[in-house]
Design a protein around this ligand. Structure first.
Ligand code: FE2
Length: 285
């Protein structure tokens, strides 16, 4: 699937851009499905935005979402009295974290054997699709995502996670595209998130000072249908979306089933696996 040059580029930069990877029709179908999930969701049943216990409830709702389809709202979508102040369809930050398994349209989009081949091309032995997220990056209220490495949150020993980031809509500087530091993955993992043995609290431990040259951060502006893949140590971020346009994206995080997946990771599926292989996803179609 990947040429020698693409493999070298990935190793050197920590990311690779594959244009026209998905058709516009496939992107539109996924977008429609995501919007329908939001339309059918009843935010009144969802009280995490109570100011006093937001954190605790949020953690519980979040931490058990690894094998479910759940909606996570933008903070700025609510006023101080916990009332939704924007249309529900423009209030959701993301869906997570098992659409690839539980929703037939998402499953069809995700069960793409080319992704298995790409993952093995860059050295993964046994690719498993650990999680999926549909990110809305809403107009005007879509929040910033600070610079981070995905291995901080989805750690394996040795580190193996790959992010597959699909632009479902055109992503530009204006509407909050991804930014990243080419070569930044060569430095150490700087933080590690750990779920505490009791309760749902997650602590983030500093492991090393970032060696990232933030001046080297570049915008990854891409058209709908483009796949950006990146290593678990690739430092990346996105600015808030202050434009009037959405910036929908779909991500899959794939880990190597041959690596150890520790209990301290926030995402623990009830079946105690690291998610289906691409072949298993295909057999569900
Ligand atoms: Fe990330």
């Amino acid at each position: 699937m990947l040429s020698q040059q693409q493999k070298l580029s990935y190793q050197e930069n920590g990311f690779l851009i594959l244009e026209n990877f998905k058709s516009i029709a496939d992107c539109q179908q996924l977008k429609q499905t995501a919007n329908t999930i939001v339309e059918n969701f009843i935010p009144e049943n969802y009280s995490i935005f109570s100011a006093t216990d937001r954190q605790a409830r949020s953690d519980d709702y979040w931490i058990t979402s690894g094998d479910k389809i759940r909606c996570f709202f933008e903070e700025e979508a609510f006023d101080d009295n916990h009332n939704l102040i924007v249309d529900k369809n423009f209030a959701v930050n993301k869906l997570g974290h098992a659409m690839h398994e539980l929703d037939p349209i998402f499953r069809g989009f995700s069960a793409d054997e080319r992704l298995h081949t790409i993952a093995t091309d860059i050295g993964m032995v046994q690719p498993h699709v650990l999680q999926s997220m549909y990110i809305f990056k809403q107009p005007r209220i879509g929040g910033e995502v600070r610079c981070h490495q995905d291995s901080t949150f989805l750690y394996t020993d040795p580190m193996s996670v790959i992010g597959f980031w699909f632009a479902i809509e055109d992503a530009s500087i204006e509407n909050g595209c991804l930014w990243g530091i080419p070569g930044g993955h060569k430095g150490p993992l700087t933080e590690l998130a750990k779920r505490q043995p009791s309760g749902n609290a997650i602590t983030i431990k500093k492991l090393a000072d970032p060696e990232w040259d933030t001046k080297a951060m570049i915008p990854l502006e891409v058209k709908a249908g483009t796949l950006i893949m990146f290593s678990g140590k690739f430092p990346h971020m996105s600015e808030a979306n202050r434009s009037n346009k959405t910036r929908h994206a779909y991500t899959l995080h794939v880990v190597d089933g041959n690596c150890h997946y520790p209990h301290f990771n926030w995402l623990q599926r009830q079946d105690n696996t690291v998610g289906p292989t691409f072949t298993q996803l295909n057999s569900l179609l």
